[in-house]
Ligand binder design. Structure first.
Ligand code: URA
Length: 290
């Protein structure tokens, strides 16, 4: 059993890989070691130069004893769905890979089922929320509770049906008492979401709320600063098998659950959605409510 990688080192490796992905580099090669590979056996490309320079001798020794864990190795290998052109089949492969997931503590904390994602596997528009709640956990589908009803209304107001878009969350299991997902839960689960994004190849992603926005963009900022502009989003560690799709445009808006608590902000959310509609050349139906 590989030992877990030091969390700080794991984060640095992931950041480095994200940096290379942003440059369009996805393939990394790892020298095979006779026994368990130590950190110094990882390729130069996945170790931050500054990390080597700045590591204290104690951390360096600890890192050298640590074997990279599967989640990091997963990032640097090609994904099994990569050669599959049919997105329905590719999503099925990702779902099977996820299995009856026990990768983080949430599998022991009362989740009933994994909530993978739902919708059109070729959607131009994808909504990404935070985590399943009680209704989603019960039904195995994202956004089916009260927040989901509002999301459905938002989708309708954009001139679309729920079935035309794809809906997923940053994490796929309900956190106990609907607490905010922990960072390590997001980091463990989001690679599967990245693979879903690379398979669906949406033109536009709407991040619903702060957890989705901050996780997808790796930026820690307020919602008011994050909203109102476009970001280029490349799924970290997963690439599409279509040379014409390397990234989606990403917009941030308020989470529907927040809008239920503070309906005055619906006007602001509607501005975000109009920005998306303009990009996708969507027309609001004649009687669209805000
Ligand atoms: N809130 C979310 O972020 N996702 C859901 O699926 C439901 C509520």
């Amino acid at each position: 059993m590989p030992k877990a990688l030091d969390p700080e080192l794991k984060q640095s490796v992931a950041a480095r890989i994200r940096y290379y992905n942003e440059l369009g580099i996805y393939d990394f090669y790892r020298r095979e070691a006779a026994s368990s590979p130590a950190v110094q056996d990882l390729p130069e490309s996945v170790i931050q130069p500054e990390q080597r320079e700045e590591m204290s001798p104690r951390r360096m020794a600890a890192a050298a004893r640590t074997t990279p864990d599967e989640s990091v190795l997963e990032i640097i290998s090609n994904k099994p769905e990569y050669g599959v052109n049919d997105p329905v089949k590719a999503l099925k492969i990702i779902r099977e890979d996820l299995g009856d997931c026990t990768r983080c503590v949430l599998h022991q904390q009362g989740r009933k089922q994994i909530v993978f994602g739902v919708g059109n596997p070729k959607a131009d528009l994808m909504f990404i929320g935070e985590a399943p709640g009680a209704d989603e956990d019960q039904q195995g589908e994202p956004f089916v509770g009260r927040a989901g009803q509002l999301l459905n209304n938002m989708i309708k107001a954009m001139g679309l049906e729920r079935e035309q878009v794809y809906i997923a969350n940053i994490i796929k299991c309900r956190p106990p008492n609907n607490r905010t997902p922990e960072r390590d839960e997001c980091e463990t689960c989001s690679p599967f979401l990245m693979r879903q994004v690379a398979t669906i190849k949406p033109k536009v992603i709407v991040a619903l709320g702060a957890v989705a926005a901050k996780t997808l963009l790796a930026i820690n900022d307020s919602m008011s600063n994050l909203r109102g502009r476009w970001y280029e989003f490349r799924p970290t560690g997963a690439r599409s098998n279509d040379p014409n799709w390397t990234s989606a445009k990403l917009a941030v808006t308020y989470h529907p659950a927040f809008l239920l608590r503070d309906p005055r902000q619906k006007k602001e959310a509607w501005k975000d959605l109009q920005m998306v509609m303009k990009e996708l050349e969507l027309k609001a139906p004649a009687k669209a409510a805000q």
